[in-house]
Design a protein around this ligand. Structure first.
Ligand SMILES: CC(C)(COP(=O)(O)OP(=O)(O)OC[C@H]1O[C@@H](n2cnc3c(N)ncnc32)[C@H](O)[C@@H]1OP(=O)(O)O)[C@@H](O)C(=O)NCCC(=O)NCCS
Length: 263
């Protein structure tokens, strides 16, 4: 397969690069409060290559008494290198980022957010126009919007408020004065994706980028409540199901879920 030593080296490097990229692309969120790395990848690659990547400090393979685990963690350097490689090789997991711009909400986008909320939630669950206006005024830094780069309009958004409390209560939906900008924790108040943009991974990307942003802001935990059919969706995004919540928002039965960012 390779004729010269130079080619052999290149070949080995290529296998390492491809392995790192695959590990990166198939990573999943890990809600493991004891590990400082937040995403794990399942092993299924040449062990020698994995060891080489570990020696280069691009990943970490947890090892216990009975030997290696079946998963590993990419280090921050590993993640950075994988992203660089994806660009070098012109593979991109940036499909969504090319299609959507992710950023804080702008004041002039308030009416769009209100409209989207009406489309996404039934009246008993939706945030009212008045409350949405207040929330954007007071806590715009806790909105993350995905804006369609072609139309310049919001396709989906996620919003929350910060607090030092450790449990969800319905007043977070209605009383924006509970927002404590430097609070340790985030209470998520709504995840909305317009119907025409659903099924492309936009909600997942919004949650992923939101968690990363709040992790960088040194928040400790993120809480949300959801109806039973959404529990699995949030579990796949790394949240832990804490069972039935105290909430009776909109007359429904809610589950409380949380995500540990920093301990
Ligand atoms: C729920 C909602 C945000 C999903 O948006 P989306 O962009 O289509 O979601 P994604 O494409 O990112 O899907 C992420 C994962 O969630 C799952 N999922 C998506 N919509 C789901 C739903 N309605 N019920 C259960 N799981 C769902 C997907 O199967 C996907 O899993 P996968 O990665 O294994 O394929 C969107 O349908 C919406 O805005 N609905 C109305 C408002 C709402 O219910 N918000 C959530 C409140 S708790």
């Amino acid at each position: 397969m390779y004729g010269t030593v130079k080619n052999k080296k290149e070949y080995e490097q290529t296998i390492q690069d491809l392995t790192l990229m695959l590990l990166y692309l198939t990573r999943v969120s890990d809600n493991n409060e004891f590990c400082r790395y937040r995403e794990l990848s399942w092993k299924g690659y040449d062990f020698e290559v994995l060891n080489q990547l570990e020696n280069a400090q691009l990943l970490w393979q947890p090892q216990y008494r009975r030997g290696y685990e079946k998963y590993l963690y990419l280090t921050e350097e590993g993640r950075r290198r994988a992203q660089e490689l994806l660009e070098e090789y012109s593979f991109s997991d940036k499909r969504l980022n090319e299609k959507f711009e992710f950023r804080n909400i702008l004041p002039e986008e308030t009416e769009q957010a209100i409209e989207i909320e009406k489309i996404c939630f039934p009246p008993n669950e939706a945030c009212s126009a008045e409350r949405m206006r207040e929330r954007i005024l007071v806590a715009s830094e806790l909105f993350l919007v995905g804006v369609d780069r072609t139309s310049g309009r919001i396709a989906g958004f996620l919003n929350g408020i910060a607090t030092d409390e450790y449990s969800f209560r319905d007043e977070f939906f209605t009383n924006v004065d509970l927002h404590t900008p430097n609070g340790k924790n985030i209470m998520l108040l709504g995840l909305d994706v317009l119907p025409e943009y659903r099924g492309q991974g936009l909600a997942r990307e919004l949650v992923f980028q939101y968690l990363r942003r709040e992790w960088n802001r040194d928040r400790k935990m993120v809480f949300l409540t959801c109806l039973k059919p959404k529990v699995k969706m949030y579990e796949k995004m790394g949240f832990r199901n804490c069972g039935l919540s105290e909430s009776s928002w909109g007359g429904e039965q809610w589950y409380e879920m949380n995500y540990v960012l920093n301990m």
